[in-house]
Design a protein around this ligand. Structure first.
Ligand code: G16
Ligand code: MG
Length: 217
């Protein structure tokens, strides 16, 4: 029924959104305006450059492309400083167990993230070897909801999209998976991610059987 699972990073494997929030807030405050958690929600799954564009728009500030480059780098330096201190305790509940049981069952695994810092995060939390393929912000040009990130993952694994299940916490990511013709499990709230084939609050609720059931509907 299914032969591969493709995982989003932020919000599925680890909660790096808190670090993104701290770094963006620091940047916004330096520029003289506030940045809220509600605004941070809207940046989930969105690329760094696109996130900065939105933040500047919310703050009512215009910057040239060169200035934006400098600001994005500044934010990223603060962010990298924080993620360099991440530990295996920060893996979200059930994630490692699920990855291990998938591998034991011969299911292929890939990462499909918008982040350019995906490799270092997986290394820090100690689960890099559980992924066969990494597709991240360094290899992808079109942001979610474009299906590129997930299609590239399937292609690298040489598995057809219909046999892939995506795990996503963001609407844009659920849409990307569906545009790629894949099944998708949403992590979060039913009223937000209702478009997904199944919505759970944690990967602890997922096993081989729940995934197999997605194909019998
Ligand atoms: C993650 C986050 C986004 C972030 C993006 C780019 O995406 O959800 O908020 O803007 O990565 O991150 P970086 O600045 O590290 O390149 P995902 O796809 O892992 O949820
Ligand atoms: Mg995410």
């Amino acid at each position: 029924v299914f032969e591969a699972c493709i995982f989003d990073l932020d919000g599925v494997i680890v909660d790096t959104a808190v670090y993104h929030f701290k770094a963006w807030k620091r940047l916004a405050n330096e520029l003289g305006f506030n940045f809220t958690e509600a605004q941070n929600e809207k940046l989930k799954g969105i690329s760094r450059v696109k996130s900065l564009e939105l933040i500047l728009e919310w703050g009512g500030i215009e910057k040239t492309a060169e200035e934006q480059q400098v600001l994005a780098t500044r934010k990223n330096d603060w962010y990298v400083e924080m993620i360099n201190h991440m530990t295996p305790e920060e893996i979200l509940p059930g994630t490692k167990e699920l990855l291990e049981s998938l591998r034991a069952a011969g299911i292929r695994t890939a990462l499909g993230s918008a982040s350019k810092n995906a490799t270092v995060i997986l290394e820090k939390v100690g689960i890099l070897p559980l992924f066969e393929v990494l597709v991240d912000g360094n290899t992808v040009t079109a942001s979610k909801p474009d299906p590129e990130v997930f299609l590239k993952g399937a292609e690298a694994l040489q598995i057809s999209p219909e046999k892939c299940i995506v795990f996503e916490d963001a609407i844009a990511g659920v849409q990307a998976a569906q545009a790629a013709n894949m099944k998708v499990v949403g992590l979060g709230e039913q009223d937000v991610l209702g478009a997904a084939d199944l919505v759970v609050s944690s990967l602890e609720q997922i096993n081989m059987q729940t995934l197999t059931n997605l194909y019998s509907k």
